[in-house]
Write a new protein. Structure first.
Length: 98
């Protein structure tokens, strides 16, 4: 845990706990939103797994990015998650994010 706190520049265990909670809520919420959104655009599992799952993942990805910053803000950790988001997007090749 100390390695993670040092890497993320976190000072307290409470802050680390809040960050883990935000990650958990964000992952669950984005996965939950993906089902009705794929259904709304007319993609269901009946279309085949090779269409359904890639579309669902493409929906989850941007939803996760937005929700991560939103829940981070809601839990008082906006600065951490905004920096985390920028670093993650830059590592994926989105170099316009500074």
């Amino acid at each position: 845990m100390n390695k993670l706190k040092k890497r993320w520049n976190i000072t307290s265990n409470w802050q680390l706990t809040v960050i883990f909670i935000v990650f958990a809520i964000t992952g669950s919420t984005s996965a939950k939103f993906a089902a009705p959104l794929t259904e709304a655009i007319g993609i269901t599992e009946e279309n085949g797994w090779y269409i359904y799952w890639p579309v669902r993942i493409l929906i989850i990805f941007p939803a996760y990015q937005v929700l991560l910053v939103f829940f981070g803000w809601l839990f008082g950790e906006f600065h951490f998650f905004w920096n985390f988001e920028k670093k993650m997007l830059c590592s994926m090749g989105f170099r316009f994010i500074k």
